[in-house]
Design a protein around this ligand. Structure first.
Ligand code: ADP
Length: 317
C-alpha cells in the first residue's frame, strides 16, 4: 500500500509551536509580575523599619528575566524553526516518492499488460503470419520501453551515488545530434518537426554516452509535453569559453517557481493523480547530474512566444 503523506502533521506542529511560544511569553510576564510584587512587599517591610532580606534593585530582576528570557526564546524559536523545516522537507520527499511509486507502477503495468495480451494472441491457433510478425514487433517495442524505464532508474541511482563512469573522447556534436534526431523521429517524436541549427561540425571533448542520455531525455520531454505538429529545435553555439546546447519546444513551459525543483529526483510538476502524461520524475535529475559530471549545467528559460528552452552549457576541455 502506498501511504499518503499527511499535511495535518505540519499543521499540528505549527499549532504546538505557537502554543509553546505563547506559554513561554506568558510565564515571562507572570515572573515579572511576581518580581514587581516581591519588590513592592520588600519596600513596605523597609518602610515599617524591618529587613526584607533582599537587595532592593527592581531593575536588576527585570534585566535578568528579560536577558535570559530573550536568549531562551531565540533558542526555542530557532529549534522550532529547524524542526518545522525538517518536517516540511520530509513530507515533500514522501510526497514525491509516493508520486514516483504511483508513476512507476503505472509505467510498468501498461507494457506488461500489453505484452501479456500479445503473447496470448500469439498462442492462438490459425494466426496469420503477417499478424504474428506485427504482434512480435509490438511486444519487442514494449520490452524496449520496460528496458528504458529500468535503465533510467539504474542510471539515476548510479548518478546519486556518484558512480557514473565518464569516458571522454573527441566527438562531433552536430553528427551525434543528427543521429539522435533520426532515432527520435522514428521512435518518440514522429509527430513533431525536429530542427538542428548550428555549424556543420562542432568537435568537442565529451563523453558520447552521457551526451546521448542528456539529449535523449530533453528531446523526449519536449516531444512528451509539447503538442504534436510543433517544432522542437536543437541549437549548438560554440564559443571560446565553452559550448552550449539549446533545446526549445512550444509546450506549456515551466513556471519560474518550479525551474529548480524539476531537477530534483522524482519531482514532477502537478500531482500524479491529476497528471495525464506518463513519467517518473527522473529524466531531468539524470540530465543535471550528467551535465555536472561533464563540468557543465542545465538551466531553463522561457521561449519567446511560449514554451521552454533547456540550455546546457559545457566548458571546452
Ligand atoms: P518526467 O518527464 O518523467 O515526469 P522529468 O524529470 O524529465 O520527469 O521532468 C520533470 C517535470 O518537469 C515533468 O514532470 C514536467 O512537469 C516538467 N517538464 C520537463 N520537461 C518539460 C518540458 N519540455 N515542457 C514542460 N514541462 C516539462
Amino acid at each position: 500500500m502506498i501511504v499518503r503523506p499527511r499535511r495535518s502533521t505540519l499543521v499540528l506542529f505549527g499549532v504546538m509551536a505557537v502554543y509553546i511560544v505563547i506559554q513561554f511569553l506568558w510565564w515571562g510576564v507572570l515572573l515579572l509580575r511576581k518580581d514587581a510584587e516581591t519588590h513592592r512587599l520588600a519596600t513596605e517591610v523597609m518602610a515599617l523599619g524591618g529587613d526584607p532580606g533582599l537587595a532592593l534593585d527592581p531593575a536588576r530582576g527585570l534585566r535578568m528575566v528579560l536577558g535570559e528570557g530573550i536568549v531562551f526564546l531565540l533558542l526555542l524559536v530557532l529549534v522550532l524553526f529547524l524542526t518545522f523545516r525538517s518536517i516540511r522537507r520530509d513530507l515533500a520527499f514522501a510526497r514525491t516518492q509516493r508520486n514516483f511509486l504511483l508513476a512507476v507502477s503505472h509505467e510498468l503495468r501498461t507494457p506488461i499488460a500489453a505484452i501479456k495480451l500479445q503473447l496470448q494472441t500469439l498462442g492462438r491457433a490459425g494466426l496469420e503470419e503477417a499478424h504474428a510478425v506485427g504482434l512480435k514487433e509490438q511486444a519487442l517495442a514494449e520490452v524496449d520501453r520496460l528496458a528504458l524505464l529500468t535503465d533510467k532508474v539504474l542510471l539515476a541511482t548510479r548518478a546519486e551515488e556518484g558512480v557514473v563512469d565518464i569516458r571522454t573522447s573527441e566527438v562531433d556534436v552536430m553528427g551525434a545530434l543528427r543521429d539522435l534526431l533520426a532515432r527520435a523521429r522514428s521512435q518518440y517524436a514522429s509527430g513533431h518537426q525536429l530542427e538542428i541549427l548550428g555549424p556543420d561540425q562542432v568537435v568537442v571533448r565529451t563523453d558520447p554516452e552521457a551526451l546521448r542520455s542528456i539529449v535523449d531525455n530533453l528531446v523526449e520531454n519536449a516531444a512528451k509535453y509539447a503538442p504534436p505538429g510543433t517544432v522542437i529545435r536543437l541549437e549548438v553555439i560554440h564559443g571560446r569559453d565553452g559550448w552550449r546546447l539549446l533545446i526549445s519546444d512550444e509546450g506549456p513551459g515551466i513556471p519560474p517557481a518550479e525551474r529548480t525543483r524539476v531537477f530534483d529526483k522524482f519531482y514532477r510538476v502537478g500531482n500524479e493523480e491529476t497528471r495525464r502524461t506518463q513519467g517518473t520524475g527522473l529524466g531531468l535529475y539524470i540530465v543535471q547530474r550528467l551535465a555536472q559530471r561533464l563540468g557543465g549545467a542545465v538551466t531553463i528559460q522561457d521561449r519567446p512566444g511560449g514554451g521552454s528552452i533547456f540550455a546546457a552549457s559545457f566548458p571546452n576541455r
